[in-house]
Design a protein around this ligand. Structure first.
Ligand code: SF4
Ligand code: SF4
Length: 67
């Protein structure tokens, strides 16, 4: 299985990704991005690699792949 990677410094805290995750794997990280927005984190143990967050994010913050 691949992995998910979050470039949190570019996250703007819109939480669209969280709203579409079927596995409830995305949560608020408690850290702020470079521009002062709330950021998210992904629990890889819960993630089922469906790609919904990747497709939903308007800022291409999330990458999914084999790295
Ligand atoms: S959709 Fe993108 S910008 Fe919005 S909270 Fe999720 S990772 Fe951040
Ligand atoms: S790839 Fe799917 S399961 Fe994993 S965090 Fe994104 S929306 Fe959730």
């Amino acid at each position: 299985m691949g992995k998910v990677r979050v470039d949190a410094k570019r996250c703007k805290g819109c939480f669209l990704c969280m709203s579409v995750c079927p596995a409830n794997a995305i949560s608020v990280s408690g850290e702020l991005s470079e521009k002062g927005y709330e950021t998210i984190r992904i629990d890889e143990a819960k993630c089922i690699q469906c790609g919904s967050c990747y497709r939903m994010c308007p800022d291409c913050v999330i990458e999914i792949g084999g790295f």
